[in-house]
Design a protein around this ligand. Structure first.
Ligand code: SF4
Length: 419
């Protein structure tokens, strides 16, 4: 995989990497042209073209009528619709539906802002940027502001026009860093700037949302962006990351995650049914479901085993037996005693007292930490003197819990074992 040698990063480019590094690499490193444009993107481009014309004319002292604004929109729509590959992904919706959505959004905006005298436009679709130090190198953060304006109180306002079909929560805009980076760029261009306001116009809803960033917030954002740039520079895999955009991604046909699905979906049914990859996946799916069924029946067998052992034990105990014989072998039963010491987690008080008592005894250097197994082994192997044995036995009596359990073992007969 190529490394990313670029020195210029726009907020949308950085965002693309965050969404999916593979898509980023297709677009910005391998520069593979996108085969189709989504109709939503077309809608956004045409609305932006109309607003650009509106505000550029306004800068020249001419106020366009709404019909003229819609005329620019329609002309742009026609031109692109007829010359680009536009994809409509939403089933049941046509291009005309989206075209009408754009017209309605512009009409709504026009009604709310005409005669557009609330501020003074400084520039439309203007390039802004600033240098950023990351890993000892200087990068440039650059992007296009939809509209930069000066409000009557002298504050800069960065306007962004959105045609998305959902309205974000305020907290999402506060976390958004595209306009915040433009804010940093404006402050870089005009260092005596005191206030910058960020304005998002959600045109389908006729709603404007705003955020104002502080200088420390912008400084912290720049650090995050510098970290992200270093991550991109260090990336050698650009792994695909499945996300909500995948169904509409222009690179699905070449994406390692979806390429096979796309290929198979284009094959005639008879052909796709015998394709090697499809068959292998079928085989593995079958193995996985057989394993699942085997695990389920193993669990049932184990439960049956436990119940039979309990019955066998009760049979043997009722008759004072330690082995029960059958035609295919015999089952032996042995009793096992286990000593459970109080643990730090479940019985901390008992644990601490037992440990303190042992620490004061001459056995501590040998035991060195509270270890039930070593205590029991010490008792069994008989190398402790009587006083030490009595001391440990007393401690265990006071603090430990003794539990006995029965171990049942099936010994197959010779014929059974040979089978
Ligand atoms: S289809 Fe999804 S995973 Fe593949 S490149 Fe596109 S966004 Fe990334």
């Amino acid at each position: 995989m190529d490394v990313d040698s670029s020195k210029k990063f726009s907020p949308s480019k950085l965002k693309e990497y965050q969404i999916c590094p593979r898509r980023y690499a297709f677009h910005y490193i391998e520069r593979i042209p996108r085969e189709r444009t989504s109709v939503e993107a077309l809608l956004g481009v045409c609305v932006h073209a109309a607003l650009e014309a509106l505000y550029q004319n306004l800068q020249n002292g001419r106020l366009m009528t709404i019909l003229e604004v819609l005329g620019v929109y329609d002309a742009e729509w026609e031109r692109r619709w007829n010359s680009e590959a536009i994809a409509v992904f939403e089933p049941g919706l046509s291009g005309e539906h989206y075209r009408a959505v754009g017209r309605e959004a512009l009409t709504l905006y026009d009604a709310a802002h005409r005669p557009f005298a609330e501020d003074k436009t400084v520039a439309v679709e203007c390039r802004v940027g600033f240098p950023l130090l990351a890993g000892g190198e200087i990068y440039r953060i650059e992007g296009f502001v939809d509209r930069l304006a000066l409000a009557s109180d002298g504050a800069f306002e960065i306007h962004d026009y959105k045609t998305s079909r959902s309205l974000p929560e305020q907290s999402e805009l506060e976390a958004d860093w595209q306009l915040a980076l433009y804010d940093a760029a404006v402050r870089h261009a005009w260092p005596d700037t005191k206030t910058v306001r960020l304005r998002w116009h959600y045109l389908r809803f006729g709603k404007t949302l705003g955020v104002a960033k502080t200088v420390p917030e912008l400084d912290s954002l720049k650090k995050d962006v510098a970290r992200l740039i270093l991550e991109i520079k260090g990336d050698r895999r650009f792994a695909p990351q499945k996300n909500a955009l995948c169904p509409r991604c222009e690179y699905r046909a070449i994406c390692p995650l979806f390429k096979h699905a796309e290929e198979v979906s284009r094959m005639p049914v008879q052909e796709s049914g015998i394709e090697e990859g499809v068959l292998l996946v079928e085989r593995l799916a079958d193995i996985v479901s057989r394993k699942k069924a085997a695990r389920t029946s193993l669990r049932a067998i184990e439960e049956e085993e436990k119940a039979t052992e309990a019955e066998l034990l009760s049979y043997a105990q009722g008759r004072g037996l330690l082995a029960v014989h059958g035609r295919r072998g015999y089952v032996s039963m042995s009793e096992k005693e286990e000593i459970h010491l109080p643990t730090k987690t479940h019985a901390p008080e008992g644990h601490d007292r037992l440990e303190a008592a042992l620490k004061e005894s001459p056995l501590w250097p040998e035991i060195s930490k509270l270890d039930g197994h070593r205590l029991v082994e010490g008792l069994k192997d008989g190398h402790w003197d009587d006083a030490s044995r009595r001391f440990v036995e007393e401690l265990l009596l006071r603090y430990a819990k003794r539990e006995t359990s029965w171990i049942l073992r099936f010994h197959p007969s010779k014929e059974e074992a040979e089978e």
